[in-house]
Design a protein around this ligand. Structure first.
Ligand code: CUA
Length: 173
């Protein structure tokens, strides 16, 4: 008799028409592309989720260490860093001035609730979560005023929580 009788059942087989197979193939390509995007972002560009080294205690973060003296630091060679505290309802500092051509790294944390930090006309857009330090770097070649705002609702005076980065002309070399 036939093989079928030996096995007892029909062998399972996969039937898909050509159109279906095409979409399965496209889905597989997309999955690989998305996985590659995450891998490239993480390994080649250094995008990382916050690690334990950037954890702080929001109750004491303003008492010692760099966040006890928030503000701008000149690292030389056109490099700057800013340590900034977010709290209901202000950013400290509220104003930052750098010369055109500067590269500025922002380190920001919250001492109370979740805030946001968006710097207009740049790609800086962060959640500011108590217990974590958010860090991003941007270059400022164009002189002008770059307002920063809290874009995470944090209470009654959320709309009053903003500040300004001023890029001054003639400073760059
Ligand atoms: Cu801070 Cu909204």
């Amino acid at each position: 008799m036939s093989d079928q009788e030996l096995i007892g059942e029909e062998e399972p087989s996969f039937h898909a028409d050509a159109y279906e197979k095409k979409w399965i193939a496209i889905s597989m390509v997309l999955l690989v592309a998305f996985a590659a995007t995450v891998a490239i972002a993480g390994f080649a560009f250094g995008f990382q989720v916050p690690g334990p080294e950037s954890q702080v205690d929001p109750r004491t973060v303003a008492d010692s260490g760099p966040f006890s003296q928030p503000g701008l630091r000149d690292l030389g060679g056109g490099e700057y860093e800013v340590y900034m505290l977010a709290q209901q309802y202000l950013f400290t500092p509220r104003e930052i001035r750098v010369p055109a051509g500067s590269t500025v790294t922002f380190h920001i944390t919250s001492v109370d609730v979740q805030h946001g930090f968006k710097l207009q006309d740049t790609n800086i857009n962060m959640q500011i979560v108590p217990g974590q330090v958010s860090r991003l770097t941007a270059e400022f070649d164009e002189p002008g005023e770059y307002p920063y705002i809290c874009h995470e609702y944090c209470g009654i005076a959320h709309a009053a929580m903003f500040g300004s980065l001023i890029v001054e002309a003639g400073g760059g070399s």
